[in-house]
Design a protein around this ligand. Structure first.
Ligand SMILES: [Zn+2]
Length: 258
């Protein structure tokens, strides 16, 4: 049972108990407001932090991994320039990675998708629109987004995509429903680089490498010069630590395609 379900059951029991007590004793209305507020905070935290597995389970890392492996992942591509730069670096350092692709970017750069696969990397679904309001989409709309990107990739590559990463890492019951209905495996991360923020290249590199250990999943974006520069330093760093970047399917020993 997911944490979200446990929280709902717990709060349901508390509200029912409070209501029963209310029949015999006066209870102030603010008690209900406080209970609702606490529940709402739980839901918001669960939506925002994918690692809580609040609405559905995602794979974030492989703790106590015995092999010298990490998984570098890239979101928001394919990009006409930066994805190619990333591919060149990965090839130079004999590293493998996973690319979570946005449907509308696949339509703009179909040849880049082919390059990613030719180099032996893995691709996954990262929604069609990557809309900032994705977390508020209806059940049907979420499902259509994921189906559309999977259909595009099936058409272009002949592969049935199984790996999915939610846009912005936001989760909710509607996304949980689509993941289950389409039989997808949700992939999170445990090393968030924040490379799309205004943080400097140095700060991002230090953030990733500070506590990096075997089994970690690193989140980067193949969408900027800064991220490419961080990747180059990261690949050199991995070499000094005798760590190797592999695809998430290799790290977790799962199937990327059905
Ligand atoms: Zn994204």
């Amino acid at each position: 049972m997911r944490i979200g379900q446990l929280v709902n059951i717990g709060f349901g029991c508390i509200v029912i108990t409070t209501a029963i007590i209310h029949i015999f004793n006066q209870i102030n209305w603010w008690v209900y407001v406080v209970l609702f507020s606490i529940w709402l905070v739980c839901v918001l935290l669960g939506s925002w932090f994918i690692r809580l597995n609040y609405f559905f389970k995602s794979l974030h890392s492989k703790p106590n991994h015995t092999e010298q492996q990490v998984a570098i992942t890239f979101d928001d591509g394919p990009h006409s320039k930066f994805t190619q730069d990333v591919l060149k670096l990965l090839k130079t350092h004999s590293a493998k990675a996973t690319f979570f692709l946005i449907g509308k970017h696949i339509e703009e750069n179909p040849n880049v998708v082919a390059s990613i696969l030719k180099e032996g990397h893995t691709i996954g679904n990262h929604t069609y629109s990557h809309s900032t309001t994705f977390g508020f989409f209806s059940k049907t709309r979420v499902r259509k987004e994921l189906e559309k990107t999977n259909a595009l990739l099936r058409e272009q590559t002949g592969k049935n995509i199984q790996l999915f990463r939610p846009a912005f890492g936001v989760t909710n019951p509607n996304i949980a429903h689509a993941v289950k209905a389409l039989n997808l495996i949700a992939i999170g991360w445990n090393q968030r680089s924040l490379d799309t923020t205004s943080l400097s290249e140095d700060a991002i590199f230090k953030r990733i490498t500070k506590n990096l250990k075997p089994g970690d999943v690193i989140l980067l974006h193949d969408t900027s010069e800064k991220s490419v520069a961080v990747l180059e330093r990261l690949l050199l760093f991995l070499k000094t630590k005798d760590l190797k970047s592999v695809t998430v399917n290799q790290l977790f020993q799962i199937k990327a395609y059905a």
